[in-house]
Ligand binder design. Structure first.
Ligand SMILES: Cc1ncc(C[n+]2csc(CCOP(=O)(O)OP(=O)(O)O)c2C)c(N)n1
Length: 369
């Protein structure tokens, strides 16, 4: 493991970086990870990228109605996934986190089922696409209202503290979310309560078309932690090992009873905000191509090459293996068919109230006819 409990600098102006753009390890300590662990990060990043490409095809062929591309966020998301104790800690993600939930272990057929909104979806087709959750993996279902999941994450963390469960809540969001009232209320309360929660911002510098400079006057996102009396870490989110190490440090710090922190992972969003957006309307060609040149997968590939852990044949085989897994999972999800419309009345009330019983009966009659 990278540095068990090394302190990372708070409020640094330069983002914390362990691997430079040429793939050189630049930290003054060894990474301490096994070849298997290092390759696992690469596999998860590649799977996240290929999933993103597949989702684009699904929306373009009319199989789903909405996606929020995560290409460019892979290093950050895979770093976060490996930093928490999967199935023990809780994750409160947002809609751009499909690479993160995949790396957390949500089965691909479930992810596709959710995307298609069909019978393979654990939410029974009642959620917006790109809004997954997992009861078995302690993943809170994504809510579209920006920053609305911050107070619930804090509440969950306070409960973990009171019950001494040794769990941590990790809550992710974009840079735009940090301008919402819910965000400030949640972070403040977490800090006062010393709740075991880690706030992780995937800062891609845009809230749809709004550039970060038009959205906040703060010099970066991490600095916002200062006002609440908690540490803020400014991190290069295109560096998977920096993302992993700093989030893991913050998680273990929270678990040890030292309270919350804010980690800012600076990333790029390679695609549009969502399938309902055209990013070429507000990003110049130069900006888009400069971002693409800083591909987090390529940087990590360079690092692995230096470690003697990457070659083209291995990577091609891996790509084929993942592509096959994706296709098989998609087929499996598609085969599940449409969800039963009557399920829309399930799971909301322990005992269904009379007016919903009535509506359910009317719908059942209509379906019969
Ligand atoms: C409370 C609320 N206001 C507005 C929206 C519309 N909306 C959806 S995504 C988004 C931008 C969020 O940007 P950011 O938090 O930076 O995350 P990103 O999408 O860039 O990853 C907005 C304004 C919403 N979903 N909820």
């Amino acid at each position: 493991m990278v540095q068990e409990r090394a302190a990372f600098p708070t409020f640094s102006q330069e983002p914390i970086r362990l691997i430079d753009p040429d793939g050189r390890w630049v930290a003054p300590f060894p990474h301490g990870l096994s070849a298997q662990e290092l390759r696992r990060f690469y596999r998860d990043m590649l799977a996240a990228r290929l999933l993103d490409e597949k989702l684009v095809v699904l929306v373009r062929t009319g199989k789903t109605s909405f996606i929020a591309p995560h290409a460019g966020h892979e290093a950050a998301q895979v770093g976060i996934a490996h930093a928490l104790q999967r199935g023990h800690d809780w994750l409160f993600p947002y809609y751009r986190d499909l690479g993160l939930v995949l790396a957390m272990g949500v089965p691909l057929p479930e992810i596709f089922g959710q995307t298609l909104g069909n019978a393979a979806d654990p939410a029974k087709g009642r959620q917006m696409p790109s809004h997954p959750g997992s009861r078995s993996l302690n993943i809170f279902t994504v809510c579209s209202a920006i920053a609305s999941h911050i107070p619930p994450a804090v509440g969950a963390a306070i409960s973990m503290k009171l019950r001494r469960t040794g769990q941590v809540a990790v809550c992710t969001f974009g840079d735009g979310a940090t301008s919402e009232g819910d965000w400030h209320a949640g972070v403040n309360f977490a800090a006062v309560q010393r709740a075991p929660v880690v706030f992780v911002c995937e800062n891609n510098r845009y809230a749809i078309s709004v550039n970060i400079a038009q959205q906040t006057a703060s010099e970066n996102i991490a600095i916002k932690a200062k006002a609440y009396g908690i540490p803020g870490y400014h991190v290069d989110g295109l560096d998977v090992l920096a993302s992993y190490s700093v989030v893991r440090y913050a998680v273990e710090r929270a678990r040890a009873g030292e309270g919350p922190s804010l980690v800012e992972l600076v990333v790029h969003r390679f695609g549009p905000h969502s399938s309902a957006d055209d990013d070429t309307r507000y990003k110049s060609k130069e900006e888009l191509s400069a971002e693409r040149r800083q591909d987090p997968l390529l940087r990590y590939q360079r690092f692995l090459e230096r470690e003697g852990l990457w070659d083209a044949q291995w990577a091609n085989e891996l790509r084929l293996e993942i592509a096959k897994e994706l296709e098989a999972a998609l087929q499996e999800a598609q085969a599940a068919g449409e969800p039963d419309p009557l399920q829309m009345f399930d799971d909301v009330f322990a005992a269904r109230p009379w007016h919903l019983e009535e509506q359910r009966r009317l719908l059942a009659e209509e379906l019969e006819a």
